[in-house]
Design a protein around this ligand. Sequence first.
Ligand code: HEM
Length: 479
Amino acid sequence: SAIPYHPGPKGWPLIGNALDVPQVRPSETYLEWSRIYGPVVHLNVFGKSMVVLNTAKAAHDLLDARSAIYSDRPRMLMSSMLGMEWNMAMMPYGPTWRKQRRVFHKYLSEEAIKPYQPLQTQKARKLLALLAKDSKNFMEHSRLITGATILELVYGECAEDPDHPYLKNAQDAVVSSLEAFLPGNLMVEFLPFLRYMPSWFPGTEFKKKLPKWRSQMIALREFASNDVNDTEKPSLVSRMLEEIADLESQECAEEEAVAQNVSAIMHLTGADSTWSTIRTFFLAMILYPDVQRKAQQELDRVVGAGRLPASPDSASLPYIHAVLKECIRWFPASSLGVAHAPSEDDVWLVRDLSATVLIRYSRAILHDPSVYPQPYVFNPDRFLKNGKLNRDAPDPNSAAVGFGRRICPGRHFSDAMLFITIASILHVFSISPTLDERGSPVYPDVQLDSVVAPISSYTPYDCIIKTRSRVAEQLLCEC
Ligand code: HEM
């Protein structure tokens, strides 16, 4: 191209930056590049252009302000190889995507999720009961609860057991799709001929995993189709089906397929993304006891000792909201997100962005010291002013859940779930580090940059979870 690209690491002839694209701990490398090359870093992998957007301004200028151009997704071979063309999150921008997106909006908009709050509260209380019985497995319990909530909402299916086949399959499918769709992860996306090479050939490791990945994705949709026929249970699927029941047969069949696809995507995307933020919450409470104390003081003042928090308390608990915002900012669940692509050639800041894969790197955006001073410190006060949520403070949600027309459509649901879960746990329990044999606290050694997948993952750690008081113990009878 006669128009230059944005700056980036110098590559090699033919392969470009293929050897530079990080396979392990991508966050570390992307952060280093953002320091050297600035807000927009260009990479060339076997002749294909990728840019990494490292500031809120760059992401906003392209993905929000020019969303008419940058709302497409890069075409990924994995979509067809896994039979996942029905997956809205990876779908090209166009009428099929728009149809699914409308259904998402109808059932998960800020207004639409209000009737689901009793279910979310009930599940948050179920989590309290599980923590009271067996606090050691707090990670597993919180994963079960986030999965069970979305499962019950979408299919009306009640899961009590972490080995419930619907839950297990969705969890496995999330892990697989993160590996399959992580931007820059699989060489076959840059060198399509690799799919025809024998499995000993370098770069074909994905082939061994394909059969397992494919069967997980098929099962995900089959569960949905089984339930699509079962309109007895109150659920989003049954509501969707009721609403199309009067359509002519062809249109009805089309809408039924949309309901099947949308419900499977809700099931796939809705659980572990939310769970990831709950894990961050536990970590922050272990490391920042003052924050925990302040949050509990607010709960004692507003909710009082005699009952558990409920959704209507939300407006009176600004500190709890600030804790949630800080969890989202401090350790973003989806560091690299889902790549965007331009649907037409474009030049931005006199640099060519035609046919370029765009990755918005939320970790750099949310740890930008010019926007969030002392970014590695967990400090909910950065979102407050005079004891209220500061509407002028930069909202981490904008970077954490995406930009423009592809912004996460499940964000209102997960925000409400996270709010009631965090408030309920803090109201009843105190969370502290475990103690070694000499009685000294053992702080988890969790590196904030050990992000290996779009959903942040980190090594398991322990903590002590105890009821705060006798009164709090009695509240558990309500769970
Ligand atoms: C804390 C929880 C969550 C986080 C951090 C999160 C994050 C994200 C991010 C970063 C994207 C990519 C946005 C972009 O391309 O710019 C996304 C897309 C998406 N999310 Fe979420 N999400 C969460 C919860 C949920 C829930 C609860 C659901 C569904 C019930 C959901 C469904 C989706 C779907 C379907 C897309 C694709 C949208 C499209 O391509 O048009 N997410 N999410």
